[in-house]
Design a protein around this ligand. Structure first.
Ligand SMILES: NC(=O)c1ccc[n+]([C@@H]2O[C@H](COP(=O)([O-])OP(=O)(O)OC[C@H]3O[C@@H](n4cnc5c(N)ncnc54)[C@H](O)[C@@H]3O)[C@@H](O)[C@H]2O)c1
Ligand SMILES: [Zn+2]
Length: 416
């Protein structure tokens, strides 16, 4: 018996070790404990699943008032954006708050793809309100804004850049406790309801950056597939690209439900494992936007939605990274529908890239960076905007020089 148990433990340890050495730069978002893998490369020797509580099911949003009551909340901040404030998800939350006798104030000034200025506006509101709990109803933009509002209202002496990721900000650790935050995601893609990350455009540098701390992770995520039924088509696609899920059948509740749950799982995955090059490169792509405005987004400013900014470089990036782990790239191509039975392992990168291109073409995605307003002349600025994103780019399985980054942007100008 003891020998069998020992063998099982040894097997598990071997599996963990193998997972670690397949991914030499793997490091989760919050702590980076270095160790040596058998290959001699520095890598993590432990992992932790740091996750918000998630409740999933059609109609779970109705329970939000009861949850707040259980938390003892008396003065709640309800955050959303102007568009959603007119739609059923917010109405359901308000009804539940009223029914459970919870006092609340509504903040519906969240900016779609938030900026430091828009974060600051929400932070001011939160400071003035002296709230004892927060509810965020919306996509990543709303959930991230609410996390920032909770953080800075709980730490009123802090300067805005204190908690922003280095090197743009000071990347200070969060010390004090925050108020409970319930996140109700209405898009399927960011997984923000499960992560300790809040992303914004730093206008001054025209790049996206963020705050990463387990302290800002929502206390509870209410993942309710009913909300996804109101999503306009292009928002489904663009938010879904962030995690690369299938996005057809707008009226199919089952498909949308699965995608909504998948998004939360993806958030748990990348919230712990991190994201890499596509994300690092996406921040200047959205930050330097000129005039492009994505279809179906009800906004008054130019906007490259986050998911779109991430996915446009994916064929080039995975061609580049395939060299390190061709098996995994091939497996991904297979999951996305490619027939890989006769594919040579050294072709894993191009095969995955072609599979992605077909997928993007079928979903009417713009034909590369050129189609959203960039040209070769913009490449130096795009590279410059990627360099400070070390927090994510260093997680890529293959290190990149400035020349590599230029080549990746160039290869992403046109996809089809
Ligand atoms: N914190 C994280 O872990 C994380 C991860 C990925 C992305 N992000 C960030 O999230 C933001 C993008 O969020 P997003 O893609 O979820 O979208 P979003 O919050 O930007 O919303 C996009 C648009 O869809 C509308 N909308 C949202 N839900 C709707 C619904 N159910 N019905 C009708 N309209 C609806 C909104 O009003 C808005 O106009 C970016 O700023 C990105 O950087 C954060
Ligand atoms: Zn993302």
């Amino acid at each position: 018996m003891a020998a069998a148990a020992r063998a099982r433990v040894a097997h598990l340890l071997r599996q963990l070790q193998r997972a670690a050495c397949q991914c030499p730069t793997h490091s989760h978002t919050y702590s980076q404990a270095p160790g040596l893998s058998p290959s001699g490369k520095t890598t993590d020797y432990a992992f932790e699943m740091a996750v918000s509580s998630i409740r999933y099911g059609a109609g779970v949003t109705k329970e939000v008032g009861m949850d707040l009551q259980n938390m003892g909340a008396k003065n709640v901040c309800l955050m959303t954006d102007k568009n959603l404030s007119q739609l059923p998800p917010v109405k359901v939350v308000m009804d539940s708050l009223v029914k459970n006798g919870i006092n609340f104030q509504l903040y519906d000034n969240v900016r779609v793809e938030p900026t430091d200025t828009s974060f600051m506006d929400a932070i001011e509101f939160a400071k003035k309100g002296a709230f004892d709990a927060y509810v965020a109803v919306g996509g990543g933009s709303t959930m991230d804004t609410c996390k920032a509002a909770n953080l800075y209202a709980s730490s009123p002496q802090s300067e805005f850049l204190d908690y922003v990721n280095a090197p743009i900000g000071k990347g200070k650790p969060v010390s004090g406790p925050l108020k409970p935050l319930i996140a109700v995601p209405t898009t399927s893609g960011t997984g923000s309801e499960t992560t300790g990350v809040a992303i914004f455009d730093y206008e001054h540098l025209k790049v996206k950056t963020g705050i990463a701390s387990r302290a800002i992770k929502p206390t509870l995520g209410l993942v309710d597939p009913l909300h996804t039924l109101h999503l306009p088509g292009q928002v489904v696609a663009n938010s879904g690209f962030d995690v690369l899920w299938a996005v057809r059948n707008p009226d199919d509740l089952e498909a949308r439900s699965n995608m909504h749950l998948a998004s939360a799982f993806a958030g748990i995955g990348f919230g712990n494992a991190g994201v890499h090059l596509c994300h690092g490169m996406s921040y200047p792509i959205s930050g330097l936007v000129k005039t492009y405005k994505a279809k179906d987004y009800n906004v008054d400013h130019p906007l490259v939605p986050h998911g779109l900014s991430v996915v446009l470089t994916s064929p080039a990036v995975f061609t580049f990274t395939a060299k390190m782990f061709p098996e995994r790239h091939l497996e991904t191509a297979e999951i996305l529908g490619a027939d890989t039975r006769t594919t040579k392992i050294q072709d894993a990168g191009p095969v995955l890239a072609d599979t992605l291109r077909k997928f993007l073409f079928d979903l009417n995605v713009d034909d590369g960076l050129a189609a959203i307003g960039y040209s070769k002349a913009d490449i130096p600025a795009l590279v410059k905007g990627t360099l400070p994103q070390e927090r994510v780019t260093k997680l890529a399985p293959r290190p990149q020089s400035e020349e590599d980054l230029s080549a990746l942007f160039e290869a992403s100008m046109k996809l089809y």
